[in-house]
Design a protein. Structure first.
Length: 459
């Protein structure tokens, strides 16, 4: 077997945006160390004080170092035809793969995670990080958190394991840990290896190009493989695996783009195994009204679209009238609301709940509207469509520097505005996506106010 024991240091932990600043490699063939590599790398960006404090690498140390572009071929050649070994291998392999992707090179190696190897061979120990391994075996390390020194520890750890365990047991363990996920029988050989490793949408097709399932992920390849690795525990995954014959992927510049594209495609293509987001001809909408006596009430309406002028009235959107009524009945019980006013009980006099002392008498004007309406708002206020928090349209910008992709989404009153026209189409699924995105503080740097929707990128 040929192994490459690898460690990297980076400007941060974000696979798509941060960069490698140091790499250490020890290539081992048939148990013998045949080559080593130790190199600082100029990331062409700033490194934080935290990274400097952890690694001892300063900004000035990197100014005269080569960029990844200048050394990529040397590193690529050194890693080829080997098993990529790292501590938390997803991190190191993922970062290097993205570095190579920036220059249209594909790094796709079999991988061995020494964290998983340590857990498998030493289950009696609680900790399996690199510091724990150094302490457990009494290894000497001069510069912890430097790439070559940490990679060398991995090689020492593997040598220690070889001496401690019989060859057949270690060989079996390696086969288990290095083994790739099972691939559906009808998929062409090698199709999975070409899958996109950034954010995007994937579509599983069956015979006759029948759409089976549409999904999204920050890492499309990883998510697709997870479908196949769990097909023995889920009947749905098993059915998909037995039918899938082709995979289509649509890269996006970021997570929001993937979420929006997934909703669009599911409603357009109506895939077999996407039940929740399938297109529905009608929506069940719960609207707030005030009756002639001043009491808050509701109406349940079937609509084919939602007017943005009515958003302030909408309490919720449901799959069916039954679902809406079940919510109203539960809230009536919890907050002592009147089911007659909520429309779930029809009677000319007092509601049945009042006879059981569960309603305070709003149905017969015994309770004042103000007191009743306060409880109504407490019960259902959280479900109303939130007020648009901006003075006008916004632009949300996403960019992927690895794939050289950028997306700009123009949004007004929770509606996505297309490039071709200004019409506002309110979609409840898109609304839920935007609520989570816009009110997350980490995303607000991507949001800008748009001055003119006819010139969507004038911000």
């Amino acid at each position: 077997m040929t192994f490459s024991f690898v460690d990297i240091e980076t400007t941060g932990t974000h696979l798509r945006h941060d960069r490698v600043i140091e790499i250490g490699i020890l290539r081992v063939e048939n148990g013998k160390l045949v080559s080593t590599y130790n190199q600082l790398i100029n990331p062409q960006t700033h490194i934080s004080p935290f990274i400097t404090q952890m690694t001892g690498i300063h900004q000035e140390d990197l100014e005269d170092a080569p960029t990844f572009d200048l050394i990529k071929d040397e590193i690529y050649e050194l890693l080829q035809d080997s098993i990529f070994v790292a501590h938390n291998v997803r991190f190191d392999h993922g970062f290097l793969k993205n570095e190579f992707r920036r220059y249209e090179l594909d790094l796709s190696l079999k991988q061995l995670c020494t964290v998983k190897l340590s857990r498998a061979l030493f289950p009696e120990h609680r900790h399996h990080n690199l510091d724990a391994i150094v302490h457990r075996f009494g290894f000497q390390i001069k510069n912890r958190h430097r790439a070559f020194d940490d990679a060398e520890i991995l090689w020492k750890f593997y040598q220690a394991v070889e001496m401690q365990y019989p060859e057949d047991r270690l060989s079996h363990m390696l086969k288990t840990l290095i083994q790739k996920p099972s691939i559906p029988a009808k998929l062409p050989i090698g199709e999975v290896d070409t899958l996109h490793e950034g954010p995007g949408v994937y579509i599983f097709y069956g015979e006759g190009d029948l759409p089976l399932y549409i999904g999204k992920s920050k890492n499309v390849r990883k998510r697709v493989l997870s479908h196949f690795s769990s097909d023995h525990t889920s009947s749905k995954e098993m059915n998909i695996s037995q039918q899938i014959s082709r995979i289509e992927t649509i890269p996006t510049a970021g997570e929001l783009g993937a979420l929006l594209k997934e909703v669009e495609l599911i409603k357009k293509m109506n895939p077999v195994y996407n039940q929740q987001l399938r297109r529905q001809n009608q929506l069940t909408v719960l609207k707030k009204i005030v009756n002639e006596d001043g009491y808050n009430s509701v109406t349940i309406e079937k609509v084919t679209s939602i007017n943005t002028d009515d958003l302030h009235q909408i309490i919720g959107v449901f799959r069916s009238s039954k679902q809406a009524k079940e919510l109203l009945q539960a809230k009536a019980t919890e907050y002592q609301l009147c089911e007659k006013l909520l429309g779930t009980e029809k009677t000319s006099g007092a509601c049945f709940g009042h006879k059981l002392e569960k309603c305070k008498g709003a149905c017969i004007k015994k309770e004042k509207p103000l007191a009743y309406n306060i409880r109504f708002i407490e019960a259902l206020g959280s479900r109303t469509i939130k007020t648009w928090p901006f003075d006008g349209p916004i632009c949300i910008h996403e960019e992927d520097t690895v794939e050289h992709l950028r997306d700009d989404f123009i949004i007004d009153k929770w509606c996505l505005i297309t490039d071709t026209h200004d019409e506002r189409y309110f979609d409840y699924d898109i609304y839920k996506i935007l609520i989570r995105y816009i009110f997350s503080t980490r995303n607000q740097i991507n949001i800008k106010i748009v001055k003119d929707t006819h010139q969507p990128f004038q911000i």
